[in-house]
Design a protein. Sequence first.
Length: 272
Amino acid sequence: MQPRAVDAAGVAHEMGSANTRIVSLVPSITELLFALGLDRQIVGRTGFCVHPHNQVRQVRKVGGTKSVNVDAIRALRPTHLIVNIDENERDTVEQLRAFVPHIVVTHPQTPQDNLSLYALLGAIFDREQEARRLSEALEIRLHEAAAQAFPKQNVLYLIWREPWMTVARDTYIAAMLRLVNWQTLPDVQGGATGEARYPVLDFDHAPWLAGVDRILLSSEPYRFTQAHCDALKRDPRLAGKRIELIDGELVSWYGVRAVEGIGYLMQRAAAS
């Protein structure tokens, strides 16, 4: 019997067969599955799974990450479903569990967690060599970041407007930013304190705002533009703060994108 790999829910999975059929409900992991060379086994993905562009167009859409079309997935007869604790609804996953034999739960919370993510999927889908290559590339990036002394910056990372929303410090995004010594404000731990992992903020009632050095407007999930950036620069409450756009995919997408994302953040921090 093949050794079993344990996912984020503590479930052990044996290696799939040559007839494996995968549906991914996680955009960044869909990209990772293609990077592992699983093109022929991927039969379903969400409408937000847009990378790699050319390959995903050949894969049937099954709704969104939270608005999943259960019947569409059923029709695809998947053997494996890839989900994420933050991105997919538990109730939906439980519905799918009734007819999908293997549900693989993921939950990377730091850049380093990608190493175990690569290993998990490599073991389940018989792509261990490809997974090792990705791990080696990521470890190089992590060592490069750790070897540099980046000046500390307190940052407000905005992911939404109306209402304004940011990230707690126990999110993957905040962990990525810490690699270049960018510390997120407010200083809250969503999971540990019961507060939201993606808290709503009011510029008029945020005493910690005075300590923010730069404000980063993410390109996703809300697509901030230069117009939003310029509007905030005119806001007297934010006078003297550096306000700029940032590529949300490179900061928030785990999987294969983490390798490029760390390099991107290192360049941004070095140019500060």
